[in-house]
Design a protein around this ligand. Structure first.
Ligand SMILES: [Mn+2]
Length: 352
């Protein structure tokens, strides 16, 4: 790891316009996390992935891709000047991810021939419990230091521990803006308690001060998930991808659509961004791509409007960026979206 620098030196270094140090963090900043307003926790975990893979190395791919971003942002100004630091991450996560992933594949193969591999499932569920605890403890520590925190996945199972830490830090509760092609409301998908496809079922069942869950750009879900969403009543609000299209087709402007989304959210908001909520042209390598979805500018505008509404963004995650296949493009879009998320949070908290 290169030496850490104080914020003033980092700003001067970033503003020379020269290529950043190859070993530096997100955006090329060699910032001491103690001097950052916002810290990013990388969580390269993809144990329960059901289709395409490649998200375990996404934090590293996004870090590398971020070095070629220009840092003046049309919506948020200069978020980097508040200090954005990438944390070292969770020790032993790589080896634990690999062994749990191997067990998960054996369990999925057994399932496909009608068998249930109990010991494999138990191993996977215990590994995911371990991951949740690590994420909980690290994000709780950072929140305790007064940092704004964002999380970089990994598959979409990774933010549970962070949401748990936030639910404790905000007993009055908060809403979730969830951008995704999928509802992620399945019950223990494929026998995995902590599946990527179950993240918001787990959140809504286990964290009772979280809600409403406002789900955007949705276009792929099961009957049971839809029924579960309905049963959540006022704790759930879905703006499917087709809903958004239908509103625009019948004459609403995009800003009216965004206004409807934002007005359904409370004062404090967590943003959970599965990159497959975007048009797959932005994320061709993602694990479970679905046609349709938001354009990059639409997502950026939604985040800008959220910050401009006076609501506070109290945390976010960016998940399911893949670096498999032509992963460079996916990581490039991921880095740009991550910078937008940082900008929205920093703006909403008065930092830029
Ligand atoms: Mn998801």
């Amino acid at each position: 790891m290169p030496e850490h620098l104080p914020l003033a030196k980092v700003i001067a270094e970033l503003e020379t316009g020269l290529p950043p140090h190859p070993d530096s963090g997100f955006l090329g900043a060699r910032l001491d996390p103690q001097e950052a307003a916002l810290v990013l926790l990388p969580v390269g975990w993809e144990v329960t992935t059901s289709y395409g893979g490649g998200t375990a190395i996404a934090p590293e791919a996004i870090r590398t891709a971020s070095h070629q971003l220009d840092l003046e942002d049309e919506a948020f100004g200069n978020p980097y000047r508040a200090g954005i630091a990438l944390l070292p991450g969770i020790e032993t996560i790589e080896s634990r991810n690999e062994s749990a992933r191997a067990a998960a594949l054996r369990a999925i193969n057994a399932l496909e021939v009608g068998e249930r591999a109990e010991s494999e499932l138990e191993m996977v569920n215990q590994s995911c419990d371990w991951l949740n605890r690590q994420v909980y403890e690290q994000t709780k520590d950072e929140l305790g230091r007064g940092k704004l925190v964002g999380l970089v996945g990994g598959d979409h199972s990774v933010p549970f521990g962070f949401l748990q830490a936030l639910a404790e830090a905000h007993p009055e509760g908060f809403g979730v803006l969830h951008i995704d092609a999928h509802l992620d409301l399945r019950v223990a998908y494929e026998g995995f308690s902590w599946s990527h496809a179950s993240i918001f079922h787990n959140v809504m069942e286990r964290l009772d001060n979280v809600g409403p869950l406002v789900q955007i750009a949705i276009r792929d879900y099961s009957r049971a998930e839809r029924a579960y969403a309905s049963a959540l009543g006022e704790r759930n609000n879905i703006f499917s991808s087709y809903d958004l299209f239908r509103r625009k087709a019948s004459g609403d402007s995009f800003s009216q659509v965004v206004e409807a989304i934002i007005s359904s959210l409370p004062q404090q908001v967590y943003v959970s961004f599965d990159i497959d909520g975007l048009d797959p042209a932005c994320c061709p390598g993602t694990g479970t791509p679905v046609p349709g979805g938001l354009q990059f500018e639409e997502a950026a505008y939604l985040l800008e409007a959220l910050a401009a509404s006076g609501r506070q963004l109290i945390g976010f995650d960016l998940c399911e960026v893949s670096s498999a296949g032509d992963g460079e493009w996916d990581a490039n879009v991921g880095a740009r979206l991550l910078y937008k998320l940082c900008g929205a949070m920093l703006r909403s908290q008065g930092f830029c």
